[in-house]
Design a protein around this ligand. Structure first.
Ligand code: 5GP
Length: 186
């Protein structure tokens, strides 16, 4: 894998994206580091500050945004939660000679490729929207309202899958991880 590469992975939440990425990074034979995003969303059980996200107050996030600290920001669910990629995070990883993986939404991808036109873009999705709904319900971390909001976002994001260089259907975790490893080893 070329060092200094920017890799963007998007896909609806519930697509298994986070598990795929975790495996890819844990198996560790790639010089690839995760860009930890900032968010104003409260942590879910088990999420750790600085590992899963930098959990920021809305004021702190807004202040950093005004200071131009973000490569891109986005309000993902229209519920007031902000997400963003800090320039310093991406630059530090690249400067250390590694490639950087960004797990961001479609809008984020469209912003980041303006700065890094050579980025590798990957859309990870379940076989169908019906399957996505099943997975979201099985996760049992969210209420009905949130599930509906996520499905609506997923339907919108689905329209953008052709804007990615790679559209990967995640039916089997092992297979998907292998495909990504292969794809990134070129
Ligand atoms: P979750 O709340 O489930 O952790 O993430 C919701 C969505 O936000 C995911 O689809 C994820 O890709 C996206 N996301 C996470 N961090 C960022 C970020 O820094 N920028 C953008 N644009 N989207 C993000």
């Amino acid at each position: 894998m070329n060092k200094g590469r920017v890799v963007i992975v998007s896909g609806p939440s519930g697509a298994g994206k986070t598990s795929v990425i975790k495996r890819l990074l844990d198996e560790g034979d790639l010089p690839l580091r995760l860009s930890v995003s900032a968010t104003t969303r409260p942590p879910r059980p088990g999420e750790v500050d600085g590992v899963d996200y930098h959990f920021l107050s809305k004021d702190d996030f807004e202040r950093r945004r005004e200071n131009g600290e973000f490569l891109e920001t986005f309000e993902v669910f229209g519920r007031g939660y902000l997400y963003g990629t800090q320039k310093s995070t991406v630059e530090a990883i690249l400067r250390a000679g590694n490639s950087v993986l960004l797990e961001i939404d479609v809008n984020g991808m469209l912003q980041v490729v303006k700065h890094y036109p050579d980025a590798t873009t990957i859309f990870v999705r379940p076989p169908s929207l019906e399957e996505l709904e099943r997975r979201l319900r099985a996760r049992k971390t969210e209420n009905d309202e949130t599930i509906h909001a996520r499905l609506e976002v997923a339907e919108q994001e689905w329209q953008f899958k052709d804007r990615y260089q790679h559209d990967i259907v995640n039916s089997d975790l092992d297979e998907t991880v292998e495909r990504l490893k292969q794809l990134l080893s070129n």
